[in-house]
Ligand binder design. Structure first.
Ligand code: ADP
Ligand code: MG
Length: 264
């Protein structure tokens, strides 16, 4: 028996992606030999230029399509049903109130609005939209619509949240605010997130692990750990370590522009 036990909890692996290839018709290699382990509480960013397979990776994880080669295995019961997804467009139903939009994942499981109202209101409160339950999407700003979309992804308390460039269409101030709020929300829920972005700064601010990807063929070329503890806020954004990590990440991204870069 070990004399000194390690006090850190060992996070459970919830998803394992092993040597995954995805090839589309016309021999487009969207993804080559991608592997990653996702542990409970991880915040992982997939960072890379357009066309490097980020959305393909998310779609494979979401079970919307199958790998050409390799495996994606859930290590938990419930598996792929237990997902929340946020896209760049908030994709709200314009004819339905905020509350009814957030109800959608429950409705798809056959649950009535009244049975889920507490959870819906709790999710809206988490994203800062308490009091907006009866509003319509057209009455909301772009940032608020995105908050509704995030509330909808969270409301069922999914084991894994996939976010595909959720803030790319927003202005810089709104984006920073949503970055701050996303981390606050993560601190409250200990959600596990895979976040797609092409912003170096966003990936360094948010994640504890960054997978830098390159295109043609889509592949992971570097993995950067960001050991800064959460909660993170303005002090992290202004720190030397943040700037240094952003520089290192940016250099890794620059290297992806050279076609001779080897896959990890
Ligand atoms: P990213 O999200 O990083 O911009 P994608 O995953 O969308 O990249 O795409 C990776 C590559 O796969 C691109 O070359 C893209 O054109 C191609 N691709 C994506 N989806 C399909 C599809 N359904 N059919 C054919 N090619 C696709
Ligand atoms: Mg994409």
């Amino acid at each position: 028996m070990p004399v000194v036990a390690d006090a850190r909890p060992i996070a459970q692996t919830i998803l394992r992606m092993q040597e995954v290839d995805k090839t589309f018709a016309g021999n487009v290699v969207a993804l080559r030999r991608m592997s990653m382990d996702v542990r409970q509480g991880d915040f992982i960013s997939l960072l890379g230029p357009s066309g490097c397979g980020k959305s393909t990776a998310l779609r494979l994880i979401a079970g919307l399509m199958r790998p050409t080669l390799g495996r994606i295995d859930w290590q938990t019961e419930g598996g792929g049903d237990d997902l929340g997804v946020v896209f760049q467009e908030p994709t709200l139903m314009p004819w339905a109130t905020v509350e009814k939009n957030v109800w959608l994942p429950f409705r798809l499981r056959g649950k009535s609005l009244s049975a889920c109202r507490d959870q819906i209101h709790e999710a809206l409160e988490l994203v800062g939209l308490k009091g907006f339950e009866r509003r319509y999407p057209r009455e909301l700003s772009g940032g608020m619509k995105m908050r509704v979309s995030i509330a909808r992804a969270l409301v069922t308390n999914p084991r894994l949240i996939l976010m595909d460039e959720p803030f790319a269409a927003l202005d810089e101030i709104t984006r920073q605010k949503l970055n701050d709020d996303l981390l606050a929300l993560k601190a409250k829920t200990n959600a596990t997130v895979i976040f797609v972005t092409h912003s170096v700064f966003e990936s360094v601010f948010l994640s504890d692990r960054i997978l830098v990807m390159a295109a043609r063929p889509g592949r992971v070329v570097a993995e950067i750990d960001v050991p800064e503890p959460y909660p993170r806020g303005a002090a992290w954004r202004n720190s030397h370590a943040y700037v240094e990590t952003a520089q290192r990440t940016s250099e890794a991204l620059q290297r992806t522009l050279h076609p001779e870069t080897e896959a990890l």
